[in-house]
Design a protein around this ligand. Structure first.
Ligand code: ADP
Ligand code: ZN
Ligand code: ZN
Length: 736
């Protein structure tokens, strides 16, 4: 048996594992994540150092005669951190990043922060407090007497004491010198959650109970597979998560709950805090370095048991991790956009494998990848079909906008939706208008020649803001609005479709009595922007909330009885094999926001493609119907998850150099795969051809066997490293 060992995780120079033989006597103790003592260096300068085992294998390509042996496994060192190092090694192999980058992702805070302390002051001779105070009073040491009296009832923390006895720190110093008081210093963690009372668990509905016992069965005496829980919005997925977390804690273990950053509101976290109190903490992007450091320290020490957070919370160093829950598992934010470009869902499964933790995925609109795995039995698939408390799923109607045009209605609001909004306003109920902004909204184009105004640095159209500026949402470039077409000089230039600002404007004009709020990238930039708007709306401070896909997440709005989805099919026009999946998710999630309280809800879906299966299935909230159509389409075209795909993404400032390099790469791929079992497409421009002056191209490789793609990629990386034509080209790889 051989062990791959990573040494000295601080130095970039040693960015690869070294192979050692595991002696017979150590076989039992040597596991991934263990700290080991190993001989290191050439003969003359050989010394013994410490390393972490990242992987055990039975094979090696090295000369067995030259492989050294592990000297010792440091006892009791299979630490949380060590196992995370093993996870980083897996990530670096799987996603092709350097070990250092993977380690920085997994163990991000290496720097140590000073501890925050709390000082408690007590009387050394509490029994004679009264006599001591009286003696001070006699000597006219009134301040000292006040301190002694304040402490007569028991120890106090320093700050309270100073306030209560109204004395400065110098008095306490004197009293300490005189031996009258003592001070104990305890280290406390920077807390990020307020204290909340623990509440009793919910009583589960019959359906929830059934799902829960199926999960427990799978995990205690079944195969222990990851579970995919498909639960309609409002079915109580969180309630099921909570019970399973309680199981993990009862076993003396810990749990991680991943949720998309955008849904990470105090309201969400509070649901866990209510049940598990101070054992819960959460990570979010606004924590300071010290706060983050303390969260990790508390987790490692076992002082926390539940961590709620976005993607990066997956790496919480719990000593006995038992459960990882991934809520809204279909969200794209679970894929990292920076190196290593890891997928938190896959990485969670690997961490679970390394540490014996169970995995639960939940969503109302599961990703096709997860649903496919559930259908094939890799995961256990379970479903919650009804909303808790019997509130009905919203009725959803599809409005064909082509018919509106024929009637002569050129507005963005169909007659039906306008009437329904008016009705809700009269009844003092709330409305959400959801604008699908994926695709092409807010663009300025010439109606005479079709010219679209784009950012000069990025291949994206500029978006018109109400202040008249045209803005690039990728790089922030701004310019003045133009009156004539820069290409043909026509004055027929203007907005092709609309953005959230225009919807807000139109709604304001149509319903002057309504209070309208808007939520999009621009209004949520501020620190608390996103949750502040949602909180205000949920408190009834507006009648209508207009927004992009952001409004789909997080809060419950019991008074929202109507959801309008504008331009529902816009995202279908994206040049990506996942566009139908995204469209289904967006519409179904948006429609699911209506009628979550006691009032029945309704959704109106406006579209130009009323017969598309993504639209009809979303309107019916029928995930199975959507899945059947979608998987049939992907089978025919051999798209993931039916086959595996590797995108080779090239970027360069120099367009010609990029094009040349990518052409060479394609020719090389055809050479390493003469039989053509690898299906290669491209090079072709990426969906966005240029960002920040960098041109972008892509080659797609597909193969039924994911291993073949990993092999091809290793060859391609070698080719790129040796070939000077790639000097000014950045290549990234992306699996799906
Ligand atoms: P989901 O995450 O599936 O959309 P939630 O877990 O948010 O659903 O549940 C929807 C609402 O129903 C929440 O307000 C929740 O508190 C309530 N709820 C669900 N199940 C129960 C239960 N068993 N007992 C009490 N309330 C429940
Ligand atoms: Zn730009
Ligand atoms: Zn023109």
């Amino acid at each position: 048996m051989y062990a791959e060992v990573i040494v000295d995780i601080e130095t970039e120079a040693l960015d690869r594992p070294f192979t050692y033989r595991v002696p017979e006597a150590l076989l039992e103790d040597c596991r991934p994540g263990c700290a080991v003592r190993i001989p290191f260096g050439r003969e003359k300068s050989e010394r013994e150092i410490e390393g972490y085992v990242t992987r055990l294998t039975e094979k090696t390509e090295l000369d067995p005669a030259k492989i050294k042996e592990i000297r010792a496994v440091t006892a009791g060192t299979e630490t949380a951190e060590g196992r995370l190092v093993a996870l980083a090694a897996w990530m670096s192999r799987r996603y092709g990043s350097t070990m250092i980058r993977a380690l920085k992702t997994v163990v991000p805070v290496r720097k140590s922060y000073g501890a925050v302390t709390e000082k408690t002051v007590y009387l050394t001779d509490a029994e004679n407090a009264e006599a001591t105070a009286a003696a001070y009073e006699k000597k006219r040491r009134i301040a000292r007497a006040r301190v002694v009296r304040a402490l007569a009832g028991g120890p106090l923390d320093e700050r309270t004491l100073k306030a209560e006895a109204k004395v400065p720190a110098s008095v306490l110093r004197t009293l300490k010198e005189e031996g009258v008081i003592g001070i104990t210093v305890t280290e406390i963690y920077r807390k990020v959650t307020a204290h909340a009372e623990e509440a009793a668990p919910d009583t589960l509905s019959e359906e929830q109970e059934r799902v829960l016992s199926a999960v427990r069965g799978e995990w205690t005496h079944g195969e222990g597979r990851p579970v995919l829980l498909e639960g309609v919005t409002g079915s109580g997925k969180t309630v099921v998560y909570t019970e399973l977390i309680a199981d993990a804690l009862a076993e003396g273990g810990q749990a991680i709950v991943l949720i998309p950053e955008i849904a990470l509101t105090w309201q969400t976290v509070l649901r866990f805090v209510r049940r598990f109190g101070d054992k819960v903490s959460f990570l979010h992007s606004r924590l300071s370095g010290g706060e983050r450091y303390d969260q990790m320290k508390a987790a490692r020490a076992g002082d926390l048991s539940v961590m709620v957070g976005p993607r990066s919370a997956l790496f919480t160093p719990f000593p006995n991790l038992k459960l990882i829950v991934i809520d809204e598992e279909h969200e794209e934010t679970y894929r990292s956009e920076t190196m290593p470009r890891y997928d938190a869902r896959e990485t969670a499964i690997e961490r679970g494998r390394l540490e014996g933790a169970r995995i639960l995925f939940g969503s109302a609109t599961p990703s096709i990848v997860s649903a496919y795995r559930a259908a094939r039995g890799t995961y256990l698939g379970l479903a919650l079909k009804t909303r808790f408390g019997g509130s009905c799923l919203p009725r959803a109607g599809i409005i064909d906008m082509r018919e509106e045009l024929k009637k002569g209605n050129r507005s963005i609001l169909s007659d039906a939706l306008r009437e329904k909004i008016g009705e809700r306003l009269r009844k003092k109920e709330q409305v959400m208008l959801f604008l699908n902004r994926r695709g092409y909204a807010g663009h300025i184009s010439c109606r005479a020649c079709g010219y679209v105004i784009k950012c000069p640095h990025c291949d994206v159209s500029l978006t018109r803001h109400r202040n008249g500026r045209l803005v690039c949402h990728y790089c922030g470039y701004e310019t003045r609005e133009v009156g004539t077409c820069p290409s043909c000089g026509s004055k027929q230039i203007g907005g092709m479709t609309i953005g959230t600002e225009q919807v807000e404007e139109i709604i304001g004009r149509t319903f002057p009595e309504a209070r309208v709020m808007r939520m999009d990238l621009d209004t949520t930039r501020g620190k608390e922007g996103h949750s502040a708007i949602l909180a205000a709306f949920s408190e009834g401070k507006a009648d209508i909330l207009v927004g992009t896909q952001m409004i789909v997440k997080g809060h419950d709005f019991p008074r929202v009885t109507l959801v309008g989805v504008l331009m529902a099919d816009l995202s279908l026009s994206e040049a990506d094999y996942r566009s139908a999946e995204r469209t289904y998710q967006l519409i179904a999630q948006a429609a699911g926001r209506a009628g979550r309280g006691t009032l029945p809800g309704e959704a109106v879906i406006q579209t130009y493609q009323p017969e598309h299966y993504a639209v009809t299935a979303a309107a019916a909230q029928d995930y199975e119907a959507f899945y059947r159509e979608e998987i049939a389409y992907r089978s025919i075209l051999q798209y993931p998850p039916v086959s595996s795909m590797l995108a080779i993404l090239g970027a360069s400032e120099n367009e010609a150099v990029l094009a040349e390099a990518m052409r060479y790469l394609r020719r090389y791929i055809d050479r390493i795969d003469p039989g053509g079992a690898l299906m290669a497409i491209g090079p072709a421009p990426q969906t966005i051809r240029k960002i920040r002056d960098q041109s972008r191209e892509v080659i797609y490789l597909r193969h039924a066997d994911a291993e073949q793609l990993i092999r091809a990629r290793a060859l391609i990386e070698e080719y790129i490293a040796l070939n000077s034509g790639f000097k000014d080209v950045q290549i990234q790889f992306d699996y799906s």
